[in-house]
Design a protein around this ligand. Sequence first.
Ligand code: GTP
Length: 385
Amino acid sequence: MFSFFRKKKPVAPVTPETPLVAEPVQTDTAPIHHAAAPVVDTAEITTVAVHPEPQQTEEEAPAPAPAPAPAPAAIIEVAQPQAKLSWAERLKAGLAKTRDRLGKSLAGLFGGGQIDEDLYEELESVLLTADMGIDATQHLLSDVRNRVSLAGLKNGSELKGALQSSLTDLISPLQKPLDVSTHKPFILMVAGVNGAGKTTSIGKLAKYFQGQGLSVLLAAGDTFRAAAREQLVVWGERNGVQVIAQDGGDSAAVAFDAVNAAKARGIDVVIVDTAGRLPTQLHLMEEIKKVKRVVQKADPTGPHEIMLVLDANNGQNALSQVKSFDDALGLTGLILTKLDGTAKGGIIAAIAKQRPIPLRFVGVGESIDDLRPFIAKDYVDALFD
Ligand SMILES: Nc1nc2c(ncn2[C@@H]2O[C@H](COP(=O)(O)OP(=O)(O)OP(=O)(O)O)[C@@H](O)[C@H]2O)c(=O)[nH]1
């Protein structure tokens, strides 16, 4: 039913002739760009040509650095129709591994035994195993202790409710849905380490916004990896989403062009993809700061959202990514992908305790519907029930 993209090896380059590629879709008066042979509409020629090259305005910024490591190329695939599950069911299925680890261990604690120090110690090690981290674990333990003494709870079976409430209270501040109605175009910039799920999440987000009746334009800002650009361009063609891409060039220039094209075309949401990078690759962190500055030259009010995409499998390492990208860019939101593949779903608690940046969306699979706004209660219910 849904077409979506997925990485696959070995890979033939995606070209306009690739059979999977649908005919370009005319979404408005402007044709969609093609990575191999960019098509530039009149509005964009005007927009792009009259502006100075963004890199000329950023003399202090280093020249684009080579890609850190060539990632596997990507092709577009048509996902097989899936059995219709509700989001709650998909979230629950996605969190099965975390729930198994947490739930099985907790089952013993939630039995009929007395609440004593041994039980708190066991609880501590269970929470740490689910990657909640020391700070969040200590916070939860002391909060649960308070609830137990305030309510006069006596046995382990009563502990479950106390822990659920405590965890819900801890992570609820992360539940702040993204509001893109504040600006037009709303400029959303996406960052993250290699393979975190940025490009996939951008596709899912584009569909999500389209579903709300909003027009979307994508900036194929991952100029290090040609396949990433082609991935977006082809996906955009298939789904009626306009994509701004350039052969070569730097991602700041692509973002700049995209914002101007979005203004000229009256687009609601611009999503700027960027290449994957590690926070330790300082030259690449400088490069992404430059993308932000150049976006601000095209629209001084933007970017309106700087979102870090995190792979839940990274566990505690995801937290250090949050800190580094936040220090560099000033993050306003997070996406946590691949909750379905990990037993480390407790990382949300660690983020809530240490760097409570709004968790806008969570991803629990590769299908287009597997990315949804984060709802704290749904998450806790899926974890415990
Ligand atoms: N199981 C699962 N897989 C996902 C999820 N989100 C993304 N993926 C997969 O993760 C892989 C990497 O996704 P990409 O979107 O290409 O990652 P990226 O961050 O753009 O990668 P780079 O461009 O190399 O930096 C792909 O195989 C995706 O299908 C998710 O929520 N669950």
